[in-house]
Design a protein around this ligand. Structure first.
Ligand SMILES: Nc1ncnc2c1ncn2[C@@H]1O[C@H](COP(=O)(O)OP(=O)(O)O)[C@@H](O)[C@H]1O
Ligand SMILES: Cc1ncsc1CCOP(=O)(O)O
Ligand SMILES: [Mg+2]
Length: 266
C-alpha cells in the first residue's frame, strides 16, 4: 500500500458510493453522515432492532460505536453484527471511552467476543483497555503518552484476531503481521468532537470497497489526515476547521494524496 494505492481506493469509494450502516452515538450522528457524504459514501443510521438485520445485510459495511451506549442499542448492535457476519458484510467497531466505566469496557469486550469484527479503531487508551493493558493518558492525545503504540496495536491484533487501527499524533494499522504507520493529520482534529468517530465510519466506507482490511484502514487514515492538513491551513479555529474539513473530505484528490500522504510499513 502506497500513496497511489490510497488514491485508488478513494476513487473506488467515490465511484461506487457504498452504503455504510452506522449505529453510532448521539453526539456525532449528523457530523458522521455529512462526513460520509462529503467522502462520496452513502450513510444510513438505523437503530431499531426490528430493522437492523435487514439494513446491515444490504450495506457495504456496518459501523458500531458505543459512544452513548444503552441496553437497547447494544441489543440492536448484536443483531446487526450477526446479520453482517452472516452476509459477509465487514463490521468496523469504535470502542469509544473503553476504560472510562466498567460498563463501557465490558460492552466493548462483549461485542468483540460475540461478533466477527473486521477492524477495531480507537485511540491508544481505548484499545489498551479493550485488551486489559495498562495505558497512561497524558493530556488530550493518548497517542503521545509515551507508550509503544506499535507494540500495543500488534498485541491487540493478535489477541482480538482482528485488524487494529490506533489513532493519535501518528496512526498505526496492523493485523499483527503487516503494520503501517501514517504520519498525517493535525492537532486541531482533537478540538472538534466526532473526528475519531467519523474516521471509524470512513474506514467503514473504505473496507466496503477494499476487502483487505489492513489496506482499507491504512488508506482511509491517510486520506483523512491529508484532508485535515489542507483544511487546517485555511481554518481560524475549530469552528471554521470543521467546515473546511468537510469541504476537503469532498475536494481532495489523487494529486493531494500523492503529494502529502505519508504512509510506510514499519
Ligand atoms: N496530535 C495529533 N496530530 C495529528 N493528528 C491527530 C492528532 N491527534 C489525533 N489526530 C487525528 O485525529 C483523528 C481522530 O483521532 P483521535 O483523536 O485519536 O480519535 P478519538 O477522538 O477517538 O480519540 C485521527 O485521524 C488522528 O490521526
Ligand atoms: C463527547 C462524546 N461523549 C460521548 S460520545 C462523544 C463523542 C466522541 O467522539 P470522538 O471519539 O470522535 O472524539
Ligand atoms: Mg473516539
Amino acid at each position: 500500500m502506497n500513496v497511489q494505492n490510497v488514491a485508488n481506493v478513494l476513487e473506488k469509494v467515490r465511484q461506487t458510493n457504498p452504503l455504510v450502516h452506522n449505529i453510532t452515538n448521539v453526539v456525532v450522528t449528523n457530523f458522521t453522515a455529512n462526513g460520509l457524504l462529503a467522502l462520496g459514501a452513502s450513510p444510513v443510521m438505523a437503530y431499531a432492532k426490528e430493522e437492523v438485520a435487514d439494513m446491515a445485510k444490504i450495506a457495504g459495511a456496518l459501523v458500531l460505536n458505543i459512544g452513548t451506549l444503552n441496553e437497547t442499542e447494544i441489543e440492536a448492535m448484536l443483531i446487526a453484527g450477526k446479520s453482517a457476519n452472516e452476509h459477509n458484510v465487514p463490521v468496523v467497531f469504535d470502542p469509544v471511552g473503553a476504560g472510562a466505566t466498567p460498563y463501557r469496557t465490558e460492552t466493548a469486550r462483549k461485542l468483540v467476543r460475540e461478533l466477527n469484527v473486521s477492524i477495531i479503531r480507537g485511540n491508544a487508551a481505548e484499545i489498551a483497555n479493550v485488551i486489559g493493558e495498562q495505558w497512561t493518558i497524558k493530556g488530550v492525545d493518548a497517542g503521545e503518552s509515551g507508550g509503544d503504540v506499535v507494540a500495543l496495536a500488534k498485541k491487540a491484533a493478535q489477541q482480538l484476531k482482528t485488524v487494529v487501527a490506533i489513532t493519535g499524533k501518528e496512526d498505526v494499522v496492523t493485523d499483527g503481521h503487516t503494520t503501517y504507520l501514517i504520519r498525517n493529520g493535525h492537532p486541531i482534529l482533537t478540538k472538534v468532537t466526532g473526528t475519531g468517530c467519523l474516521v471509524t465510519s470512513v474506514i467503514g466506507a473504505f473496507v466496503a470497497v477494499e476487502k483487505n482490511a489492513v489496506h482499507a484502514a491504512a488508506a482511509a487514515l491517510t486520506y483523512y489526515g491529508v484532508a485535515a492538513e489542507i483544511a487546517a491551513k485555511e481554518a481560524e479555529g475549530p469552528g471554521s476547521f470543521q467546515i473546511a474539513f468537510l469541504n476537503q473530505l469532498a475536494n481532495i484528490g489523487t494529486d493531494d494524496i500523492v503529494r502529502h500522504g505519508s504512509i510506510e510499513i514499519v
